[in-house]
Design a binder for this molecule. Structure first.
Ligand code: NAD
Length: 512
């Protein structure tokens, strides 16, 4: 094992014999299929152990359900104090956790550190939230009555997460769920189990320092889609928060809906940016580059479509190609690298297939292909691609999880918005313009149809303070900031009669 990874694993007190399930600090070996964890950096085997199988889900849900009965009665600000301590612990472990994220998910150091920072930020947010779980007081139509609403803990939350944000997505859910009084059962991606084991281990350290808190407010199940399905099927998990591909979300949504549960879906994106005639080109190039090639194009918010006004399309394309040629590709743990590897060979093949299809649909491909020089052997490193293509080409409709940017031209803003909104996904979007009318129109009801609509920044790199999520095939879920917390709670409407009469609503008379 590479020395800096070994150091990080030691600092995180990562157990050598990895086990697949944990209820608090009670670890159990998995009884499912074998899992080999390989680093996308160089294909090195990081760990091998057995995953959990669906029958093992029951014991974890039992424990989470029992923990809920206690946790829901702990005052919310006291729950917030636990989250505060967890956030402090994350600050202590920020660097080793980021190193592990780099080795397991292939993120460059800066982005891995940023991901852990997101965990810390959402903890801070949740601590404040724990004193702000406000309900409304509503004017009653009846004399001597008070109408009010309260928010109560919902129950254990099942969290299914994707490989590309192996730690932050869980923290977005866990910090808010804990503040809201809900235990969390986490099934991370089977591609990034070690980062999950590290996060859970950090949580158990805080739990050990707080023996009054039921340890099963945090549990972990390392397993495949079958374990995810078992979670989605469990009627004792009133909320399933699932992050991943559209097909996964479709399956989870149907399973959860069939038992009339609640799902929070954070699925694929196909994020576009309109570059308007008045755009600051320097700002456009910087924001496009970060959004399109950051995390090697493997963010749900990665920019996949540039919709560029014809008056500046040639200039912008040429300048972007110049920048793309100089982008440092290689070992993500080396300072200065901006593009690390794809997660695995399948991701590389998907990129190759998409580029071949784009060519077949009339696209002109610049860049692309595997990079083998100056990069660690055994990883799948690629040159990012820009594809000039017609906005009606079929390939543009699809999310390929790789650094491919489709470059299209437009004549009027109306056309640009229509091209922009013509894809099935609706996560993130942006416009680069210095024209306030265009900016406002893009953010208006007739503009972008996405959950995130930005002006003069790229499509990726959201802050935790806003509600995060998207429309259409992206699934409609919102997590992290703003009032996303309401999904983790149940609302009770209370009508309190403090009079001696019993007037009925709507003036109904019912004399007995
Ligand atoms: P994936 O769908 O292959 O896997 C995601 C998770 O779902 C994994 O834990 C997996 O084991 C589980 N899973 C798969 N099939 C399942 C099923 N039928 N039932 C229950 N669980 C199942 O996704 P991935 O390749 O890990 O991640 C990439 C995808 O995730 C991209 O489409 C990306 O856009 C999306 N994503 C979205 C967001 C967002 O916030 N919108 C964030 C990150 C990633």
């Amino acid at each position: 094992m590479h020395a800096n990874l070994q150091k990080a694993c030691d600092a995180l007190a990562l157990p050598k014999d990895h086990k697949a399930t944990a209820i608090g600090n009670q670890w159990q070996p998995g009884r499912g299929d074998s899992l080999s964890v390989e680093s996308p950096i160089d294909g090195q085997l990081l760990a091998k152990f057995k995953m959990a199988n669906p029958p093992q889900v029951e014991a974890v849900v039992d424990a989470a359900s029992a923990a809920f009965l206690e946790w829901r009665s702990v005052p919310a600000p006291v729950r917030g104090e636990f989250v505060r301590q967890f956030g402090q612990k994350l600050r202590e472990f920020k660097e080793p956790l980021a190193t592990l994220v780099s080795w397991e998910a292939g993120k460059i150091t800066q982005e891995a550190l940023g991901e852990v920072q997101e965990m810390i930020d959402v903890c801070d947010f949740a601590v404040g939230l724990s004193r702000q779980l406000y309900g409304k007081t509503i004017a009653s139509e009846r004399p001597g009555h008070r109408l009010t609403e309260q928010w109560h803990p919902l129950g254990p939350v099942g969290v299914i997460s994707a490989f590309n944000f192996p730690v932050a997505v869980w923290a977005w859910n866990a910090a808010i769920a804990w503040a809201c009084g809900d235990p969390v059962v986490w099934k991370p991606s089977e591609k990034t189990p070690l980062a999950a084991i590290a996060c859970h281990t950090i949580a158990t350290q805080v739990l050990a320092e707080n023996p009054d808190i039921p340890a099963a407010i945090s549990s972990l199940l390392i397993g495949g889609a079958d374990v995810g399905h078992a979670l989605a099927s469990s009627p004792r998990l009133p909320l399933i928060s699932a992050t991943g591909s559209v097909p996964m979300g479709r399956a989870v949504a149907q399973t959860v809906a069939s038992r009339l549960g609640r799902s929070l879906l954070e699925l694929g994106g196909n994020n576009g940016m309109i570059v308007a005639p008045s755009a600051d080109l320097d700002l456009a190039i910087r924001s496009i580059t970060f959004s399109a090639v950051g995390t090697c194009g493997q963010r749900c918010t990665s920019m996949r479509r540039a919709i560029v006004h014809e008056s500046l399309a040639d200039t912008l394309r040429d300048q972007l190609l110049g920048v793309y040629k100089k982008l440092p590709i290689g070992d993500p743990t080396v300072e200065g690298t901006l593009i690390g590897p794809l997660i695995d060979e399948r991701a590389f093949e998907a990129m190759e297939t998409a580029l071949a299809e784009a060519r077949g649909q009339g696209g002109v491909v610049h860049g692309g292909g595997r990079e083998t020089e100056g990069v660690p052997q055994g990883g799948f490193y690629v040159r990012p691609a820009i594809v000039e293509i017609d906005s009606e080409a079929a390939i543009v409709q699809q999310e390929t999880f790789a650094p491919i940017l489709y470059f299209m031209r437009y004549q009027s803003l109306e056309d640009a918005v229509s091209i922009h909104n013509s894809v099935p996904q609706g996560l993130s979007s942006a416009i680069i313009t210095n024209d306030v009318r265009e900016a406002e129109l893009f953010c208006s009801p007739v503009g972008s149809d996405c959950g995130i609509a930005n002006v003069n920044i790229g499509t990726s790199g959201a802050e935790i303070g806003g509600a995060f999520g998207g429309e259409k095939e992206t699934g409609g879920g919102r997590e992290s900031g703003s009032d996303s917390w309401k999904l983790y709670m149940r609302r009770a409407t209370n009508t309190i009669n403090y009079s001696e009469d019993l007037p009925l609503a709507q003036g109904i008379r019912f004399d007995i």
